[in-house]
Design a protein around this ligand. Structure first.
Ligand code: PBG
Ligand code: ZN
Length: 329
């Protein structure tokens, strides 16, 4: 018996550290988000000011970005759409020729093996910017839960009909997973998984995304449907409810600031857990790195390892392309 513990023995060399490393990141864990804009200008590619390195893109530009990323080993994408027009009932969300429906067809035709996931929500498509519909002729009222379910189910089905491999409802209406599952099953898509944004907080970290997706609510906020940041145990109720309704993968969002919640949820459920490192988490790292205050490459890896270590198998992150370009396998 020696007198004290020598933890440094297993840290002596890089190969040894690698041998005993419990958690690592793999290319197959990562999902890259893209913003597709419905525009006639095929050359449209606009950098999002609050998200340096991320772009709003025409379908043509999206295809070129994905082509470069696939060459580096990209396996999976999640798509967000910016439609040409918005209305109170989010018609473009479920239009057979909507921006997402066309984007899915394009990507799946060229890359049948690419996992194409779609975000299912109405906020990018409603004139008022809320994730559900309001009472008729009421542009300032409360979001109506049950009437929204029908539109979400319709949207999800239209994505799957276009060829989406998986749908990811992010609206936080109660009962949407069940509504979507029933609609997909009824149309014969029994094998298409649902990744539910089950545990989604009303977060200030979504700010930059709302610039990217042009989806900020025009009045009020999302606190009547997204979760209160003070609550952790409520995450279990949300996760269990969605699993009961048929969710195949459960997501926690944001990721870094909610690692305790990722841990609680992943200990409690037996389905895969995903986490979304959201726009604000991305922008904070980018801003500090641009100032030379942190080492971006190292910080990105450390931030994602923390999320992985907390129990997330899958991570949606805007750093996916960068990591693949740097050779992550
Ligand atoms: C749409 C949606 C949002 C995000 C993903 N899907 C924004 C929101 O709820 O306001 C946020 C993603 C990010 O910040 O990167 N409901
Ligand atoms: Zn939304």
């Amino acid at each position: 018996m020696t007198d004290f513990y020598r933890g440094r023995r297993l840290r002596r060399s890089a190969p040894l550290r690698e041998m005993v490393r419990e958690t690592a990141l793999q290319a197959s864990d990562l999902i890259m988000p893209y913003f597709a804009v419905d525009t006639d200008d095929a050359s449209f590619r606009r950098e999002i000011p609050s998200m340096p390195g991320q772009y709003q893109m025409s379908l043509k530009q999206l295809e070129e970005s994905v082509a470069r990323a696939v060459d580096c080993g990209l396996r999976s994408v999640i798509l967000f759409g910016v439609p040409k027009s918005k209305d109170p009932i989010a018609s473009e969300a479920y239009a057979p020729d909507g921006i997402i429906q066309r984007a899915v067809r394009l990507l799946k035709k060229r890359w049948p093996d690419l996992q194409v996931i779609t975000d299912v929500c109405l906020c990018e498509y409603t004139s008022h910017g809320h994730c559900g519909i309001l009472r008729e002729d009421d542009e300032i009222g409360e979001v109506q839960n049950d009437p929204t379910l029908e539109l979400l189910a319709k949207t999800a089905l239209s994505h799957v009909e276009a060829g989406a491999d998986m749908v990811a409802p992010s609206d936080m209406m109660d009962g949407r997973v069940l509504a979507i599952r029933r609609r997909l099953d009824g149309a014969g898509f029994v094998s298409t998984p649902i990744m539910s944004y089950a545990v989604k907080y009303a977060s200030a970290y979504y700010g930059p995304f709302r610039d990217a997706a042009e989806s900020a609510p025009h009045h009020g906020d999302r606190r009547t449907y997204q979760m209160d940041p003070g609550n952790a145990r409520e995450a279990l109720r949300e996760a269990m409810a969605d699993i009961d309704e048929g969710a195949d993968i459960i997501m926690v969002k944001p990721a870094g600031p909610y690692q305790d919640v990722i841990r609680m949820v992943s200990d409690a459920v037996d389905v895969p857990v995903a986490a979304y490192q959201v726009s604000g988490e991305y922008s904070l790292i980018k801003a500090a790195a641009a100032n030379g205050w942190v080492n971006e490459e190292a910080l990105v890896m450390e931030s994602l390892l923390g999320i992985r270590r907390a129990g997330a198998k899958l991570i949606i992150t805007y750093f996916t392309e960068d990591l693949l370009r740097r050779g992550l396998k």
